[in-house]
Design a protein around this ligand. Structure first.
Ligand code: PLP
Length: 393
């Protein structure tokens, strides 16, 4: 095992929640760091004291810096970033901007996020588009050979999820990007569970659109999200919504979209939370995403090993490259009850039932799965205490 010099005690000192709970629900919502908390509270106070519009004007530079921070995180330009109120909103703005007509084809994978699948299903049915799931390889990952074989000029969109909420497997998103190069299909990637726990580089991935949330592994406030829109893809897309923020009103009956990704935004949003997301991105960058990933993987390896030693416990994550999402089932155990029981003891996890993940869980014959998702501020000792609590149950 690689021995890292990650300063866990500093990470914990900067995370007030660490003193109170064992937080293994970072895929639901990470614990905010002190700088994030301070940023949100400070701006909320400023709004109360001087008026919200006036406070926004005063912090205009800081708000702009949020775009720059996200651009650094994702390796793109600041004008390729739109800020939203969550990952689903980001994804919807992207998806509904992709022109689709009867007879077109859309490809996805078998771990597509639940809400994305519902949207794909509904719109494809409405428009008369064929929605097709690319088969998986022996490791449960999207099969690149199968994807290539399915591509033709009718495929207008490939929408996949890098890591879903109920399975720690990481799809080979760069290989997908390479397979799609020159195909004419728009590549929409849901990277909600990847951003913040590992390096995510849109240049290397080659996606046209990438959606994510602020609150999960990035540890930002709830109700924050972002969308990356590749410059070259901008003109192929037709945003579904328009308002006085996303476009300029150039004549009574004419308008012009904003020249950048702001055309995918709407005017009203919570500025304190947005600044908080920026602080969360800066915080992640200050640790370095490679170091964060290494630390999370080292903890996850230990957790999976310990869990698999327990009788009746089955670790369920697929794939060849693990992530900080660790899922398992326990024979004959009501996982929802166990989750509530653990929560009462100050241990946070989450449970996904099959009707939240038909594609991933139902297809694998799993009714219900427990998830322990780790951040870099978690410790080996917390892992041992968690496993002990599960063993006792
Ligand atoms: C949580 C999640 C979403 C939705 O994010 P919201 O911010 O809740 O809208 C989308 N995709 C994946 C893979 C997720 O895990």
């Amino acid at each position: 095992m690689i021995v890292t010099a990650f300063d866990v005690s500093r990470a914990r000192a900067l995370t007030p929640g660490c003193e109170r709970v064992i937080h293994f629900n970072n895929a639901g919502c990470g614990l905010m760091s002190q700088p994030v908390l301070d940023t949100v509270l400070e701006h909320t106070r400023l709004e109360a004291m001087m008026g919200s519009y006036e406070a926004a004007a005063r912090k205009a530079e800081a708000v702009n810096a949020v775009y720059t921070s996200l651009a650094t995180l994702l390796n793109c330009r600041a004008d390729e970033i739109a800020l939203t109120d969550g990952a689903t909103q980001s994804w919807h703005r992207a998806f509904h901007a992709v022109p689709l007509k009867k007879g077109d084809r859309v490809l996805t994978a078998n771990n597509e996020y639940n809400s994305n699948w519902l949207s794909l299903r509904r719109r494809c049915d409405q428009v008369g588009v064929s929605l097709e799931v690319v088969p998986s390889d022996a490791d449960g990952l999207i099969d690149i050979g199968a994807l290539k074989a399915m591509l033709d000029e009718r495929v207008k969109l490939v929408a996949i999820t890098q890591i879903t909420n109920s399975n720690g497997k990481v799809n080979p998103v760069e290989e997908v990007g390479a397979a799609l190069r020159g195909s004419g299909a728009i590549y929409l990637l849901d990277a909600c569970q990847a951003v913040g726990q590992m390096p995510v580089d849109v240049q290397r991935i080659g996606c046209d659109l990438l959606s994510g949330a602020g609150r999960k592994f990035l540890r930002g406030p709830r109700g924050t999200g972002f969308l990356h829109v590749r410059r070259e893809a901008m003109e192929k897309l037709d945003p579904m919504f328009i308002d006085i923020h996303s476009a300029n009103w150039t004549g009574l009956n004419t308008f012009e979209w904003k020249p950048d990704a702001k055309r995918f935004e709407v005017m009203e949003h919570n500025i304190a939370d947005r600044l908080g997301m920026g602080a969360a991105v800066d915080h992640a960058l200050s640790w370095g995403l490679d170091a964060i990933q290494e630390r999370i993987l080292s903890l996850s390896t230990l957790l999976r090993k310990r869990l698999s030693e327990l009788p009746g416990v089955q670790v369920r994550d697929q794939g060849t490259r693990p992530s900080g999402i660790n899922t398992f089932t326990i024979e004959g155990k009501d996982l929802m009850k166990l989750m509530l029981n653990l929560r009462a003891k100050g241990i946070n996890t989450s449970v996904t039932n099959f009707d939240w993940a038909w594609l991933d869980l139902k297809e694998r014959g799993i009714d219900s799965i427990m998830r322990a998702s780790l951040s870099y501020y978690n410790t080996e000792e917390e892992v041992e205490r968690f496993v002990e609590a599960v063993a006792k149950a």
